[in-house]
Design a protein around this ligand. Structure first.
Ligand SMILES: *Cc1c(COP(=O)(O)O)cnc(C)c1O
Length: 717
């Protein structure tokens, strides 16, 4: 194990030892595995746990700490007699140990660990402290830093109620519920201070003290510290700070940002960790800059000197391509929450508010954390080439003496963690054709040229296997979802009967934010029904959650859901799968044939689900927005231009028509254009081209290498 970040390591080891004592000797190697998410991207990781007791593995939400603590004595006894399983356990433990005991690989110009600060992390479905792309990207960065041995330590919030769960009612209305996360059953441990007692820290916010404790989760070699206000010293309102993700209550959100930024910096200090650079992933943790600056002010520096000094230690990634996506506040709200900060910085309230504005003296402008982050970081980037352009245009007013081209915002295009999202059929195919330990060279363009040597029949066999696994899972899930909803039995069984493992399978899964335009799928209802009930057959799997307060998102969901009311036959061909999360996403990006994305350009800063699909030989049918604007070469999928138009209705109608045209004229015919053995050669060639051009480019390996070479080193501007 890397010895660099010891705080909390012994607390985690104590939890693992407690668990080990409850297991028979032969199963004890599972206990330390359970307390580090490294198992989740080992080849056999999920299967080793599952094979101990498949039913209870699912029941435990695939959380190994809870699963092992509740393991039935008969399952233990059976496992102990199963030599093959014991060998697999030993092999998994050895693989993870070997990985964790490799030395760190410090990089030139980064003299210390990178501190990564983010409001959400999507590490695994069993740790529901994420809501979407931002969190899953952050989780992928932690995993990739572990794989690349880059010293990195992450800070976030431990949401006690986490990510909401979704059900639909019979009318297609989304209902939400929250399950309370119990830290005792999760693979985490409360971090002790030097005195051996639980570390307890505090920040000032809303004119009072909010206390917090700190939990540690291990993501391979990368420690993730999670701050938590559920402590007896806090009143219910302060305890609520870390209850829910993107809480609707604005005061709670302001408190969350203070905790993440100020509390995050204080936590690292209390743990004795001295970061070379702080990476602000989105604006939420930006107050950390002011915390460090105020410390210098208390040592005698002026505010300007202090800000100039700490600026050198912060880099900022923006993920939001529209002004409205960058939250703003009233001046009163901001000062009610953070009123002590101006004094601590030795500046007046006006100057403080000005730092949070694009135009500091414009009293009409509502302040927010994004302008503060842009102003107080030494490097700034968007998350795709197109988003870099958009961000430079959008934030040009912050740099009045520069032209748009010279606005100092660059881009690092996002990537996805290949070992997390590549499914077994494809991984085994790559094993046969890409050479020894090919996954360690995921960012190497030359490696992926190797896909051209794969016979189409073999590629098609792997794709068929991936599709079959998805359809089997979707059949069961649709029956269960519909039973829980009290549907008529005929309808319960409709999808399970009609979904076909050999049919063209289209996937659309994402947060149901308005700009993602789910409704374009049914913009022309007659055409949708014709495609989805016609020949040759196509089937569509949909998943996604609307934010609990987003009534328009919920309305769109309901409309699509109710399509079946007027259209017999569609109930089996279109399936809405409830409760989109990392687990549902993993199934969908593995087995679909086509991944659909219809954002209103340029609102998709990057998008990452399509990258996950790419690793699995899934082809994109998407608006040229975000990453796809950069990834599409005319032949490696399908692109809808999506040219911007001030009239949204015009844009929507035009993009919907382009979508239907491509689907009917190109996608469906190519999929069913088979040789005598049933192999679609044109389709397979397109998959190879997609893998060769995009798998390396949109891997987390390439993304993290970009950050480590071009953003984190101190001499970079
Ligand atoms: C990858 C992922 C996302 C982000 O996907 P987009 O392409 O940005 O919509 C959101 N949610 C989950 C669960 C994911 O796995």
């Amino acid at each position: 194990m890397s010895t660099r970040f010891t705080p909390g390591a012994s607390d985690l080891a104590d939890r693992a030892a407690w668990l080990a004592e409850r297991l028979p000797e032969a199963l004890r190697p599972l206990a330390p595995l359970a307390y580090n998410y490294r198992w989740s991207w080992a080849r056999d990781g999920d299967r080793v746990f599952r094979d101990l007791d498949p039913f209870r593995w699912e029941l435990a939400g695939r959380n190994p700490a809870r699963f092992l603590a509740d393991l039935w004595p008969s399952s233990m006894a059976e496992a102990v007699r199963d030599d093959a399983l014991l060998e697999r356990i030993a092999a998994l433990a050895a693989e993870v140990d070997a990985d964790l005991s490799r030395p760190d690989d410090p990089r030139p110009g980064i003299d210390g660990p990178v501190a990564f600060l983010c409001a959400e992390y999507g590490v695994h479905a069993s740790l529901p402290i994420y809501s979407g792309g931002l969190g899953v990207l952050a989780g992928d960065i932690l995993k990739e830093a572990s794989d690349q041995r880059l010293p990195l330590v992450a800070v976030g919030l431990f949401y006690r109620r986490g990510f909401f769960h979704q059900r639909l009612d019979l009318a297609g209305r989304q209902q939400e519920f929250w399950i309370v996360n119990d830290p005792k059953t999760l693979p985490m441990a409360r971090v002790s201070g030097p005195d051996g007692r639980a570390l307890k820290l505090a920040i000032q916010v809303f004119g009072g003290t909010t206390w917090f404790q700190v939990w540690r989760v291990d993501v391979g070699r990368t420690p993730l510290y999670l701050l938590d206000t559920e402590v007896p010293e806090n009143d219910p309102v302060r305890r609520w700070t870390t209850q829910r993700l993107y809480e609707g209550n604005r005061a709670t959100r302001l408190a969350q940002y203070a905790l993440l930024g100020i509390g995050g910096v204080r936590t690292l200090e209390a743990l004795g960790i001295e970061p070379a650079v702080y990476h602000l992933n989105e604006g939420h943790p930006t107050l950390g800059v002011l915390e460090l600056a105020s410390q210098l002010v208390s040592e005698g520096a002026s505010a300007d000197e202090a800000l100039a000094t700490v600026r050198d230690r912060f880099v900022f990634t923006t993920h939001t391509p529209v002004p409205a996506g960058n939250e703003t506040y009233g001046v009163d709200e901001l000062l009610a929450a953070y009123g002590d900060l101006p004094g601590r910085l030795g500046i007046d309230a006006d100057r403080f508010v000005g730092l949070c504005r694009v135009r500091p003296d414009d009293d009409g402008e509502a302040p927010g954390l994004t302008p503060l982050a842009l102003r107080t970081s030494r490097a700034r980037n968007g998350v795709s080439r197109l988003h870099g352009d958009v961000a430079r245009r959008m934030w040009q007013p912050l740099y009045p003496d520069r032209g748009v081209e010279d606005v100092p915002i660059g881009h690092v295009t996002n990537g996805a963690h290949l070992p997390t999202f590549a499914s077994r059929p494809l991984v085994e195919l790559f094993d046969r054709h890409l050479g020894e330990r090919w996954w360690e060279r995921a960012a190497d363009r030359a490696l992926w040229e190797g896909v051209w040597g794969i016979p189409n029949a073999e590629l098609w066999e792997a794709r068929g296997r991936a599709r079959r696994e998805l359809i089997e899972w979707a059949r069961l899930k649709s029956q269960n979802d519909r039973l829980l909803r009290n549907e008529q039995i005929d309808y319960v069984n409709a999808a399970a009967k009609a979904l076909d493992p050999d049919h063209l399978t289209l996937g659309f899964a994402r947060r149901l934010a308005t700009y993602k335009r789910l409704w374009l799928l049914t913009h022309d209802e007659r055409r949708t029904v014709r495609i989805l009930t016609g020949e040759p057959p196509a089937q569509l799997l949909i998943a996604g959650k609307a934010h609990p307060l987003d009534e328009s998102g919920k309305g769109v969901l309901q409309n699509v859901f109710n399509l079946k009311k007027h259209n017999q036959g569609i109930a089996g061909r279109v399936v809405f799968l409830e409760d989109y999360d990392l687990s549902v996403a993993t199934h969908l990006v593995s087995g679909c044939d086509v991944w659909i994305n219809l954002p209103r350009r340029p609102m998709e800063a990057s998008g990452t689900s399509g990258m996950k699909a790419t690793f699995n030989g899934v082809l994109q049918l998407s608006v040229l927005d975000g990453w796809w604007d950069e990834g599409f070469d005319g032949k490696n999928g399908w692109g809808i231009p999506g040219t911007e138009d001030p009239d949204h209705a015009v844009m929507d109608a035009r993009d919907a028509a382009a979508f239907y045209d491509l689907l009917e004229r190109e996608v469906i015919p190519l999929f069913y254009d088979r040789d005598a053995d049933g192999v679609p050669h044109g389709w397979c060639d397109r998959i190879k081209r997609s893998l060769a051009t995009n798998a390396w480019r949109f891997s987390a390996s390439r993304m993290l290498a970009d950050y480590a070479e071009h953003v984190y080193p101190r001499d970079q501007r």
